[in-house]
Design a protein around this ligand. Structure first.
Ligand code: URA
Length: 455
């Protein structure tokens, strides 16, 4: 086989065999295929696309390029979730303890933030003492004992993806659905869970800005997951404004704790309602997937052996939340990784910024739209995000948004609060935040938070 011929084959729109895909991925990972040929092949994929079979083989080949996490020492059906990246997305801190409190094991590897999107691992580091780099043994033991552990990505998981992504980043080939889907799913498959729920964000703060491409990405990833023998669901969620009210590392942990403390799910602020809806939808699909797979594999300590409907799973997740069990589980998980669990019960103990400054809009009107990625950029300006992988971040800073799409903002009403440590960046942050929103005399209604489910 010659890489030259394979580039030409894809360039001319033909389908690769499994052997050809393995040849490309293995050759590139070993350094036998040079960057210039791989770049040409990636561009051919960008223009000509890939069939479902090609995309599945590409994903498996990338997952096989390094270690696969061995979760066999964990009892039961393991679940995982993945978000394609948004602003203010703290759902993991709500979903994971809900599931763990219901006895569903979650052994999760998460990433750090880059650019306008935040990272779960950074957010957890806002909790004093929390260790995101515990040993594999402790990771496994914690999942067996308390059903939840969460660490930063370690080991040699899907190294082919790392190398290919670096090339895509500099050759304008990132935004290709088969390449994005295989990149995300290769890491998820290597991370070992049996049930995977994907939160595919859609809108002005997401990779996929329109619903058609978000659905196509979700469909492609769900087909890969199911094709690889993992029960996979894709939930398409709105990212046309930040999720919830708070953006920033400690602020997002704070807001997750507020949700975990809810006793009544009826009378809540609209921003929190959207966050809650995404969290409960993800949690219910994960629970339903785990329970129903466990019946198939007879691998759960199920006494009733009865499949769950979505509605039943949802009700169980709501009860786990309102009973306070999920909050206790979150505190238990934090303590098991060396963190200060008092911060979970009393989030006012989380790191606080020096300055908390109100932001007002320049005119009155209804909030009509938001350029969500710009809100993420405001967090970056404040020091809460990373411009490069090496940047240090300030865990205390961020934005607390008080108005959402469809709300009326009076001239003297606080629109948001900026939390800053560096006085010198406050004015720029305020300006960028105001400019991120459009106000209108006519009321526009927000997009539905759940835009579709792909099974
Ligand atoms: N996230 C990934 O891991 N890979 C992509 O290609 C895009 C987003």
């Amino acid at each position: 086989m010659r890489m030259y011929d394979l580039i030409m084959k894809k360039r001319n729109g033909y389908e690769h065999s499994k052997e050809e895909i393995r040849y490309i991925i293995e050759g590139f990972t070993k350094g036998e295929i040079p960057d210039y040929q791989m770049s040409a092949w990636l561009m051919s994929v960008y223009y000509k696309g890939m069939t479902g079979e090609e995309t599945l083989e590409l994903t498996n080949a990338m997952a096989d390029s390094g270690d696969r996490l061995d979760l066999s020492r964990i009892k039961g059906i393991k679940v995982d979730k993945h978000s394609t990246g948004g602003v203010g997305d703290k759902t993991t801190f709500i979903v994971a303890p809900i599931l763990a409190s219901l006895g569903v094991p979650m052994a999760k590897m998460s990433g750090r933030g880059l650019g306008h999107t935040g990272g779960t691992i950074d957010k957890l580091e806002a909790i004093k003492g929390f260790n995101v780099a515990i040993s594999e043994d402790l990771f496994i033991n914690n999942v067996n004992n308390i059903k939840l552990s969460l660490v930063g990505q370690t080991g040699n998981l899907a190294p082919a993806d790392k190398k290919i992504y670096a090339l895509r980043d500099v050759t304008a080939t990132v935004d290709s659905i088969p390449l994005i889907a295989s990149s995300i799913m290769s890491k998820k498959l290597a991370a070992g869970a049996d049930v995977i729920v994907l939160d595919v964000k859609c809108g002005s703060g997401a990779f996929m800005q329109d619903e058609v491409s978000a659905k196509e990405l979700a469909r492609t990833m769900v087909d890969i997951g199911n094709g690889a023998g993992r029960k996979t669901y894709g939930i398409i969620t709105d990212m046309n404004e930040p999720l919830g009210c708070k953006v920033g590392n400690a602020l997002e942990v704070y807001e997750a704790c507020e949700v975990l403390k809810l006793k009544n799910l009826e009378k809540i602020d609209y921003g929190i309602k959207r966050l809650l809806e995404v969290s409960l939808t993800l949690a219910a699909y994960m629970l339903m997937g785990a329970k129903n797979q466990s019946i198939k594999t007879d691998d759960f300590n199920d006494k009733d052996n009865k499949a769950l409907t979505y509605e039943e799973a949802r009700r169980l997740c709501e009860e786990a939340l309102t009973s306070g069990k999920a909050l206790d589980k979150f505190a238990e998980f934090v303590a098991a990784q060396g963190g200060d669990a008092d911060m979970i019960y009393n989030p006012d103990l989380l790191p606080k910024a020096k300055y908390i400054v109100p932001v007002y809009m320049e005119k009155e009107g209804y909030v009509a739209s938001c350029k969500t990625s710009e809100v993420g950029m405001v967090n970056l300006i404040l020091g809460g995000g990373r411009e490069t992988k090496e940047s240090k971040i300030d865990l205390a800073v961020g934005i607390d948004i008080r108005k959402h799409i469809g709300d009326f903002v009076k001239g003297d009403e606080v629109f948001a609060y900026i939390h800053a440590d560096d006085e010198g960046v406050i004015e720029e942050a305020k300006k960028r935040l105001v400019a991120a929103y459009k106000l209108s005399d006519e009321r526009t209604f927000p997009e539905k938070i759940i835009k579709g489910i792909i099974e």
